[in-house]
Design a protein around this ligand. Structure first.
Ligand SMILES: Nc1ncnc2c1ncn2[C@@H]1O[C@H](COP(=O)(O)OP(=O)(O)OP(=O)(O)O)[C@@H](O)[C@H]1O
Length: 816
């Protein structure tokens, strides 16, 4: 290897401390990488790999850092940013450099690199009771959830994958999970944390971030607080500063909210994933105008309410705007001026907010009095309660920053005139320099008689007088040669030299004073971050409720009403997403009461069974988040949980079969559903042989109906299951209507009483364009085997069997 220069030695010393990260080493206007890092980076970023004294090197311009950084993070890398801590001019010897920030996907705060609605990370630890302790946090907003779960490993992996975390931190004993998670999603960023992060001294760590807030009254366990303090420690280590912007942690699963497991979130299509973007309930309901509103809408969807009063409160507010269209539309206009003040306040608290952030905060605060005034004169006059409208912040920004301040703090274009007399003076000198140089040029032309004389400046050589070579013999004696070009000579003289010195001093002063004043502004604003977050929370709530009102008007939704018992009557209900993508949507009713609450739904493939099932679930979610619902009328119970078992999937990690996965999910439902739950089952049992499938489906249905008592819909191709209706009072059968024509069946998507005669699977195969020979042969086989098994006759014998009684199990404590 070639000999090491002092700078490369400095690089290597720093790199030694950040072996697991790519080190971006600031060198003038570039961030450079060397050695192995350079090879990786040039490969990922498709930038040139060069050589410096025999060392591989690849660099990116400092102003384009965000774009490149995003790509590096997307490729699962951790990046350490090493900055120059002094000006090259001030440096004695090699410039002082230090890592100032370590960036991972979960610690990004730059707006253009963040996903708008989801930047949640997870830290997970297993405690001595074999419980999983989770901290879910969004560093960009300071939102935190803590909880403990009794997962088995496949539930845990399922939870991690389906929750779409941007980063996963594992405690030491869970290190091995990393490989399994990577097998499913190899881009996800995973890091394991040493034991020392989980310090017994967690109280100090919490106090440093939250001051004197008493965590005892928040009801978290010691393990949960230790795990959360590990999050704070991790952030402190990577950000090189204390975390002060976090909000009070919430419990993930509480009695105030319906806990929707990740399967149900996916099955009902509540929030977008990469595959479902644009086709989820979130996308339909999103008439929000602010990024904070978008995030809150996502949170509402994941945590529907359970308390009737709170739901009614939200609905009341929605109804006010639903009825007062003027209010609704005017609010929309004002809200659209409001920027992401939640994340801006985070950047302020980390002293990393840019002038554009601060100006965006000003624009947002500008709109607040309009909103306030509008609400004051409406039925929502109490909405803001005692929230501080923070108009003093707006004034302060107004008085401190230029209207069009740019982000390059230190160049003199950020801090307004009048803030610092000293800054103004230096700035006048610096900004007038072109005029002063012109005056000198004119003076020198006159003095020397050189007509083509030019006075100019250059970044490297400084000020100069330029004279063409042909006139160079005319220059006076006091001109000192500075540089020779092809056609010109450049000179300097005393007056110009003095001016140059003054300019260097002025520019240095401008840089220092402006940076100092800007930092002072950030520090002043920092004392308001919690207040900004409170205002932001209120604005996001208003934004979401207004959005509910608008979408309810646009899509013809109605306000739901609630019952205290099982009675549920949805008249002409619709699936809010499918109706948007269908030419003609057929509405359907859902009618249940205390005695009749188990529906067995049969119908051919493609007839609309799953859509109906989901529709019933989604309407309840919408109602319980406080939105109007797609129906003519809706009377609903308040469900404590909604469970779904829809669709088939394999678990490729643990190699479990479709049927085993189905049974595992089913077992979670059987262990956790209550009489106040809604259970939606689609074709449970089809992953095994027909006889096994029917038997398991039968026993499951009996158990849910008799023992648990949840409101349930069981969609199935096993028409044999409908025999339950003859045995059990309270079990009803529904079918999807089809029209049989000469050319095959037409699906009417209408749900009616009764049992489907036929599953029409062969008809669907025909629709799919199967060769006619296969269709004919299928029919022959069907005739043959349905005669042979004669299942129905056997099941009819069940009528003579005494109703099976199950013992109600005690202590259903499993959470997920
Ligand atoms: N009520 C409805 N009105 C209009 N179109 C509908 C309705 N319900 C379903 N559809 C359309 O029919 C398609 C099939 O519906 P769905 O997936 O619910 O059928 P399915 O009976 O569950 O089928 P399978 O048994 O094969 O899973 C949907 O994608 C939708 O386009």
């Amino acid at each position: 290897m070639a000999s090491l220069t002092p700078m490369i030695r400095q690089y290597l010393e720093i790199k030694e401390q950040y072996k697991d990260a790519v080190l971006l080493f600031r060198l003038g206007d570039f961030y450079e990488t060397f050695f192995e890092d350079a090879k990786r980076v040039s490969d990922i970023l498709q930038i040139v790999l060069t050589n410096r004294n025999g060392h591989p090197m690849a660099g990116i311009p400092y102003h384009a850092l965000d774009n490149y950084l995003k790509k590096l993070l997307e490729n699962g890398l951790k990046v350490a940013i090493c900055e120059q801590l002094e000006n090259p001019e001030d440096a004695k010897g090699i410039i002082k450099r230090e890592v100032t920030r370590i960036i991972t996907p979960g610690t990004i705060i730059e707006e253009n690199m963040l996903d708008e609605i989801n930047s949640f990370s997870l830290l997970i630890k297993k405690n001595d009771d074999r419980k999983y302790i989770v901290s879910i946090f969004d560093f960009s907003t300071g939102e935190v959830y803590l909880d403990s779960f009794e997962f088995n490993e496949s539930e845990l992996i399922d939870f991690i994958i389906s929750s779409n975390f941007v980063q996963i931190l594992l405690s030491e004993e869970l290190k091995d999970l990393s490989k399994k998670i990577k097998e499913i999603n190899n881009k996800i960023y995973i890091e394991s944390l040493d034991e020392w992060y989980f310090s017994k001294n967690y109280k100090n760590q919490l106090e440093e971030s939250y001051g004197s807030i008493d965590f005892n009254i928040l009801g978290f366990s010691k393990d949960e607080l230790i795990t959360f303090s590990a999050v704070l420690k991790y952030l402190e280590v990577t950000q090189f500063s204390k975390v002060k912007h976090f909000k009070i942690p919430k419990r993930l699963k509480t009695l105030e909210y319906m806990y929707i497991d990740s399967n149900t979130v996916t099955n009902l299509g509540l929030i977008p994933s990469n595959e479902t973007k644009g086709k989820t309930l979130y996308d339909i309901l999103k008439k929000t105008k602010t990024p904070m509103g978008n995030r809150l809408l996502r949170e509402y969807l994941l945590r529907p309410l359970i308390d009737k009063n709170v739901i009614e409160n939200r609905l009341n507010n929605v109804e006010i705007m639903y009825k007062d269209r003027l209010l609704m539309n005017e609010l929309k206009e004002y809200l659209s001026y409001i920027r992401d003040i939640d994340r801006i306040s985070t950047r302020i608290s980390l002293l990393k907010a840019t002038p554009s952030d601060i100006l965006a905060l000003k624009t947002s605060l500008n709109a607040i009095p309009y909103i306030y005034e509008l609400l004051e004169s409406s039925e929502l006059s109490n909405f803001f309660e005692d929230i501080n409208l923070l108009q003093n912040i707006k004034e302060k920004i107004n008085n401190t920053l230029f209207e069009n301040a740019n982000n390059d703090v230190g160049k003199g274009f950020v801090i307004k005139e009048g803030v610092s007399k000293e800054l103004d003076e230096y700035r006048n000198l610096s900004f007038d320099i072109d005029k002063i140089l012109k005056e000198i040029e004119n003076k020198e032309k006159e003095k020397t008689g050189i007509t083509k004389l030019k006075v100019g400046r250059n970044k490297i050589y400084g000020f100069y007088v330029e004279v063409s070579k042909t006139q160079a013999n005319l220059v006076p004696e006091y001109y000192i040669r500075r540089q020779t070009l092809t056609n010109n000579e450049r000179f300097i003289f005393e007056e110009l030299k003095d001016l140059e010195k003054k300019m260097i001093i002025a520019e240095d002063k401008i840089r220092k004073i402006e940076k100092k004043l800007y930092l002072e502004l950030l520090e002043w604003l920092n004392s308001y971050t919690q207040k900004i977050k409170k205002l932001s929370d209120k604005i996001s709530e208003l934004d979401v409720l207004r959005s509910f009102a608008e979408i309810s008007v646009l899509n013809n939704y109605v306000r739901p009403t609630f019952t205290e018992n099982k009675k549920s009557k949805i008249m002409q209900g619709r699936h809010p997403v499918v109706e948007k993508f269908s030419k003609e949507y057929t509405s359907n009713d859902f009618d249940i009461d205390n005695e009749n609450f188990f529906i067995i739904l049969t119908g051919p493939n493609m007839s609309g069974k799953s859509t109906y099932l989901r529709q019933v679930g989604i309407i309840s979610v919408m109602a319980q988040i406080g939105c109007f619902v797609p129906a003519k009328k809706a009377l609903l119970p308040i469900y404590d949980r909604i469970f779904t078992r829809i669709g088939a999937r394999d678990d490729i990690i643990t190699g479990k079969s479709t049927f085993l996965m189905e049974m595992l999910e089913m077992s979670t439902i059987l262990n956790n559903a209550t009489k106040n739950s809604l259970v939606l089952l689609d074709e449970v049992g089809r992953g095994t042989s027909t006889l096994d499938g029917i038997s398991v489906a039968w026993a499951i249905s009996e158990y849910i109906f008799q023992v648990i008592g949840s409101i349930s819909i069981f969609a199935t191709h096993y028409t044999e299951l409908t025999m339950m209706a003859d045995i059990y009072e309270g079990v009803t059968t529904k079918r999807v209507k089809v029209l049989e024509t000469e050319n095959g069946v037409i699906f009417l998507h209408k749900i009616e009483d009764g049992v489907s005669d036929n599953s029409y699977g062969i008809e669907v195969a025909k629709l799919a364009g199967f060769p006619i020979d296969i269709i004919t042969r299928s029919k022959e086989v069907l005739d043959l085997i349905s005669n042979k098994i004669d299942l129905e006759n056997n099941l009819k014998k069940m009528k003579n069997v005494k109703k099976k009684r199950y013992k109600v199990p005690k202590g259903q404590i499993k959470i997920f």
